[in-house]
Design a protein around this ligand. Sequence first.
Ligand code: DC
Length: 227
Amino acid sequence: MSSTVPVITVDGPSGAGKGTIAHRLADHLGWHLLDSGALYRVTAQACLIEGVAWDDEPAVAAIARVLDVTFASGANGEESVKYKGQEVSAAIRTEEGGRGASTVAALPSVRTALFERQRAMRKAPGLVADGRDMGTVVFADAELKIFLTASAQERAQRRHKQLIAKGESVSLARLLQDIQERDERDANRDVSPLLPAEDAIVIDSTATPIEEVFNRVWELVQERNLI
Ligand code: DC
């Protein structure tokens, strides 16, 4: 597909800072933002609500095909995600929500069901797409592809800090194990595995503050004449 609407893809494992970078990019450019992980997270949450098991592929795909999801920014700038009008923002961001998303995301017919919905987000003036397969599959013709990574240990530590700040207590060892299991599932599935596109710029944020990562990405945006 050729399109004149530019796309920047930001892929990588969970906790690498993709969400922060993608949000800032979309803000700075005034472009649309696709948080594709949220679609998989809402699908997993919808399964819990509808009483469907995460590994029941035909039933999960049926849910994904007609997924009634809405995204909005709340008054405080927080993202509000609703399934059938019901607030699910907090539920989809839990560790269990992440496990569910990763489980349903490994089902080929679920990926197919969400494919067109993601492509339809490509609207003027541009789109920043955050996920795992944005640069390899969904927007393979993107103008700029970033693959953001960081060591599992560092990502677990960042997540631990976030949870502590929210007043939740989770062991670091458990978080690290969850992250490693999720990486393993996302990287080794048959369809659209987590992998940098051949033409992606890989940035390792393990020892780099997010500000610096953003500055590097912004330089690339300028180099490619996207502003
Ligand atoms: O980015 P995230 O942590 O919200 O994603 C949750 C899960 O969804 C992740 O473990 C893998 C899956 N996912 C995917 O398979 N493809 C995408 N484009 C985005 C997310």
